[in-house]
Design a binder for this molecule. Sequence first.
Ligand SMILES: Cc1cc2nc3c(=O)[nH]c(=O)nc-3n(C[C@H](O)[C@H](O)[C@H](O)COP(=O)(O)OP(=O)(O)OC[C@H]3O[C@@H](n4cnc5c(N)ncnc54)[C@H](O)[C@@H]3O)c2cc1C
Length: 387
Amino acid sequence: MTRPSMPVPPVPALIVGGGPAGAAAAITLARAGVSAHLVDRHDGPHDGVCGGFLGWDALAILRDLGLDVAVLGARPIGRLRLLVGERAIELALPHQAAGLSRRVLDEALIALAGDAGAVLLRGRAVRAADPAGRSVRFDDGEELAGGTLFLATGKHELRGLARDLGGRKEVPSVGLRAVLPAHAARSRDLTGMIELHLFDRGYAGLLLQEDGTSNLCLSVARERMSDGVPALMAEIMAEAPRLADRLGGAIPAQWEAVAGVPYGWRAAETVPGIFRIGDQGAVIASLAGDGIAIALSSGVSAAQAWLGGGAEAAVDWQRQMHQRNRRPIGMAEALRHGAAGALGRGMMMQLLHWMPGLGAQAALLTRISAPRTGGRKSGARSAHDPG
Ligand SMILES: Cc1cc2nc3c(=O)[nH]c(=O)nc-3n(C[C@H](O)[C@H](O)[C@H](O)COP(=O)(O)OP(=O)(O)OC[C@H]3O[C@@H](n4cnc5c(N)ncnc54)[C@H](O)[C@@H]3O)c2cc1C
């Protein structure tokens, strides 16, 4: 005779999504002795649509969490090369940044969470959430409830807890990513550099990854995608000849894509017991390269708020995050809209030509101020330490 399955009692902290936001929350909670459950639909290393640029604020949080990205092979970045058509300007970044694939970064963070004692539920896709019961239902029908739910599904909406995007006038953008093979001239030109190629209603970012390949990531207005990626890339390469040179005139065959990126969106509120972290709480324009920092920072600070005030702390914490992200996200939106049209791009290049210091100012203003994690200190100073 088969026994009826017993309902699984709620776990104290249930984190859905094992990207930087979810992993940072899991590490912080587990190090404080909480039984944190971290769920991710992937069962092993994977990439995602992301430029892989780690700003100095992200590096500071990673270091506080005990992760030395230099050991993971991250490539130091000290300069930005901005390109519009045939024009190029090079600027020094105000602090040292780095380039690292998300495959390596996310895996290292999840490993830290596991080492700290978090329960890892990998290869488990959540199909839907029930906000009232703070529970989730997996693809296989199993259910799991949490005393508190940390929603960290990033770019992906979860049925039952989707972001409230009503009222947004702008059609969300599309993100694309391809890997370019190791290539001597490209490696030489990209060493120490992040390259941003601006074009009509979008941009492409290019940097070196730990294994010598280059990460090519694009963000583009969805209406430009109507004829598919090859047609879009052919148009972009005509607008951005220096990008076409980087690609050797050939369009990469394999792309990862994500649709519906609502840049500028911030969660204004939540209910007790549900923390919206990372891209589920705020989406900074990817051009600014600060999404990972916001994800890490929100994961750490949500966990700290929960440790201090429990499930009820979610409401105040979400309001504070909304406020705290106003300046960097607003600044990034101004840059994104400014760079979308030919006139704005031309003015931006001219201004930077006259006053290169403005580039560093813009980079500083699109950064969040990182919270202290209060977690384990790594001891070792990284080659990427900002100061
Ligand atoms: C084109 C583009 C380029 C970018 N470039 C940069 C950059 O260079 N630097 C930077 O700092 N930021 C960049 N960003 C932003 C950055 O990628 C995000 O802000 C960051 O990844 C958010 O982290 P997260 O943890 O919230 O979500 P994610 O990194 O998206 O992670 C979410 C996790 O949740 C899991 N998941 C999703 N749904 C489910 C489900 N139903 N069940 C179980 N698991 C689930 C996924 O597998 C994933 O592991 C870029 C964004 C775009 C669109």
